[in-house]
Design a protein around this ligand. Structure first.
Ligand SMILES: *Cc1c(COP(=O)(O)O)cnc(C)c1O
Length: 373
């Protein structure tokens, strides 16, 4: 029997969304327009009325967030070594210095004790990351930020639909950044959005988004800050709107799939196979990913290769950022963040996407068990 390949992630775009994209393409206005405005309004409503602006990637959203917070040369920004490299690259882009703090081995998110210990007189901001959609202790995070007078630019790229004890991620906090890249729970093909504290910040972000331009009257145009070209198109916004309509169902579905992973892997999985499960959080996490940390007796490459032979796609999110060449050149080396290094070597993402079903979970689990045996 030949089975079809089960990828680790795959977007599902419904027919209404495909039709809406067609309407945009026929409308004569395909760049930023009414669909972008409608998407920003829908997002703002979801985040309790806080101002929201969209951008053409999660990466530029974060960079603009740092600029809005006034971060630049001479400033230190603390973040986690276990994230997509974008999280640290945007700090370098602004001319600021990235500072890493090791992760908590259980949550795989930044360890808030180590974060606090890394604060210096030059620290201006923190970028926490909610890996796989699991938030950090948000009360503790904002307590640290308040006590040290730091801005928080939340890299909530993976956390749309996540919450903190009943409050949506994005509905509270400082600057909160999301991504709509194709593998995220909700996609616009590429894109991102930021939730701001007030309209003044949102207007400044609009300038950074489009060449620093302010328009007035029929032909008034001025530029007073250096902006770039980071606007979302109406084509992307139409996809985002069509996807966002399903946010509650998507989060529910992923929680169900994650629960089924735990049931299928079984209570003795960790003891029997030596792999580490994620935190079984069904209140706060949106289950963007379901990740295992493999035992040292198998390399990740070998695991991935054997899983592929069994028709199961495996992702790895992420190798430790500080060990990438660009960061080694800046003085980071092995041994600085041992937990992140271990997790960065052995972490794998099992298949998890909106259109999966329980049978897919069981197929992935039986393959994991046969490879780890
Ligand atoms: C996806 C992602 C980003 C970058 O988002 P893009 O839209 O791909 O630019 C940044 N940080 C994290 C944690 C992500 O998962």
């Amino acid at each position: 029997m030949t089975q079809t390949f089960l990828p680790f992630s795959r977007p599902t775009i419904d027919e209404a969304t495909i039709a809406a994209v067609g309407d945009v393409l026929r409308s004569g206005w395909i760049t930023s327009g009414p669909k972008v405005q409608a998407f920003e309004k829908a997002l703002s409503d979801y985040f309790g009325g806080r101002p929201v602006r969209t951008f053409n990637s999660g990466t530029c959203t974060m960079e603009i967030g740092l600029r809005v917070a006034g971060i630049g040369a001479g400033d230190e920004v603390i973040t986690t070594p276990i994230s997509w490299v974008a999280t640290a690259n945007v700090i370098l882009e602004t001319g600021a210095t990235p500072v890493f703090a090791d992760i908590d081995p259980v949550t795989r998110n930044i360890d808030l004790d180590k974060l606090e210990a890394a604060i210096t007189p030059r620290t201006r901001a923190i970028i926490p990351v909610y890996l796989a959609g699991l938030p950090v202790d948000m009360d503790r995070l904002y307590d640290i930020a308040r006590r040290h007078g730091l801005r928080v630019i939340e890299d909530a790229a993976q956390a749309l639909g996540s919450s903190w004890h009943g409050k949506r991620i994005g509905a509270f906090g400082d600057l909160v950044s999301f991504s709509f890249q194709a593998n995220k729970n909700i996609t616009s093909s590429e894109g991102g959005c930021m939730v701001f504290n007030n309209e003044e910040e949102a207007r400044l972000a609009e300038k950074y988004r489009l060449q620093g331009v302010t328009r007035s009257g029929f032909d008034g145009l001025d530029v007073d800050v250096l902006g770039g070209k980071f606007n979302m198109t109406d084509v992307a916004a139409a996809i985002g709107l069509g996807q966002f309509a399903h946010i509650e169902a998507v989060t529910e579905k992923r929680r169900m799939l994650a629960k089924h992973y735990f049931v299928s892997l079984g209570k003795t999985f960790e003891a029997q196979y030596g792999a580490q499960l994620p935190v079984a959080d069904f209140e706060n996490s949106n289950w963007h990913m379901f990740q295992l940390v493999l035992p040292d007796r198998i390399t990740r490459a070998s695991f991935m290769e054997q899983m592929k032979a069994l028709q199961i796609g495996i992702g790895y999110h992420y190798p430790a950022i500080h060990l990438l060449s660009l960061y080694r050149e800046r003085g980071f080396t092995e041994g600085m963040f041992p937990i992140a290094e271990q997790v960065g070597r052995q972490i794998v993402s099992l298949p998890m996407f909106n259109a999966m079903n329980k049978d897919d979970v069981e197929r992935a689990v039986s393959a994991v068990k046969s490879v780890l045996q």
